[in-house]
Design a protein around this ligand. Structure first.
Ligand code: MRU
Length: 332
């Protein structure tokens, strides 16, 4: 695949990082230019850029830009580390940038570009490993683990793209993914743009369509995979995994090795980000709930490894017991 055919949420040239503003898709396709690492940190917190691998790529460019600005590397990295806690790709990318020696602006820029390009290649490889696993029939996905969430091509949507390129015929059921609506705003947009058949559903419809026999597999991305295979992903993923198990539908996780955190023993150790109550009480400026109401808004949940049929990486497919298989694909 040629890189210029590829949808990517980030582009970098001449010391400027441009991000496709994912807060306003699909209404508007607007690119914002960044020349300051502190603004890149804010863009990650505010979800201008989101999705675990894309956050890692943006942070790496943030370090390169911080170095060009002449800021202390320790301060740049500390600022970027404090943006979002769950996706381990952020910390993986920052650790990799920190290891760069010597940490010259040129070397850091080259390393950031390499992280971005390697992520695209990883997604294509994930797609090729994952496509043959999908049984005949329709597939459901949750949140956005597509080109928009990665360097490009996507993890879960990479599997779906590769399956379509291999000639498989199916419809993708897309959960809208409350409260930030990554499914309806981003996944539906991205798949439509790629000419892949979509049925958009609200999150509470998945059980119904599984019961009706309209969904034959589930594939999702991941924000952090613990050593035992427990997987943090967008809030609601655990519920989908339980539904899939109840209907004997295989539930696949697609993620690059940068998402696997062998230092975290199990899912209970994964930090779960809690975001603003406003994401739940409002859509845009419109209130959906009484003012002052108590709200919880965890952005992620953890799917236990026992519910996962396989974890698809760029180095191959890991299956239970994950404590052994993940160590084989990710040699540290
Ligand atoms: O809060 P977000 O939009 O950053 O959450 C994104 C997800 O949960 C994705 O499914 C995950 O990062 C995998 S992206 C390839």
């Amino acid at each position: 695949m040629r890189n210029d055919d590829l949808l990517s949420p980030l582009r970098y040239q001449g010391g400027v990082l441009e991000l496709l503003d994912q807060r306003i898709l699909p209404i508007e396709e607007k690119w914002i230019g960044y020349r300051d690492y502190r603004e890149i940190a804010r863009a990650i917190t505010d979800m201008v850029v989101r999705g675990a691998p894309a956050i890692g790529c943006a942070a790496a460019y943030g370090v390169a830009i911080g170095a060009k600005q002449g800021a202390a590397l320790s301060e740049v990295i500390a600022t970027l580390r404090a943006t979002r806690p769950t996706a381990v790709n952020l910390f993986w990318a920052l650790d990799r940038m920190q290891r760069m020696s010597p940490p010259s602006p040129e070397n850091l820029e080259r390393e950031a570009i390499a992280i971005h390009q390697e992520d695209i290649a990883a997604c294509v490889a994930i797609g090729n490993f994952g496509a043959p696993l999908l049984p005949a029939g329709n597939v459901l996905t949750h949140c956005n683990a597509g080109a928009l969430a990665t360097g490009g091509y996507g993890t879960a949507l990479g599997v779906i793209r590769s399956a379509q390129q291999a000639g498989k015929k199916f419809t993708v059921f897309v959960d809208e993914t409350r409260p930030f609506l990554q499914g309806s705003r981003l996944t539906a947009w991205e798949l439509q743009k790629s000419g892949i058949a979509v049925q958009l559903i609200t999150d509470n419809m998945a059980a119904h369509f599984m019961q009706k026999g309209e969904i034959q597999s589930v594939v999702v991305g991941a924000d952090r995979i613990a050593q035992n295979g427990d997987t943090a992903n967008k809030i609601g993923t655990y519920g989908v995994a339980l539904l899939a198990a109840a209907h004997q539908i295989p539930f696949f996780v697609a993620a690059p090795l940068s998402t696997i955190d062998l230092k975290t023993a199990d899912g209970s150790q994964i930090p779960i980000e809690e975001r603003s109550s406003r994401e739940v009480t409002h859509i845009g400026d419109r209130a959906l709930a009484p003012a002052g109401i108590g709200v919880r808004n965890p952005a992620f949940d953890v799917t236990p490894a026992r519910l996962i049929a396989a974890i698809i990486t760029e180095k191959g497919v890991a299956r239970a017991p994950y404590a052994a298989s993940l160590k084989l694909v990710k040699v540290e």
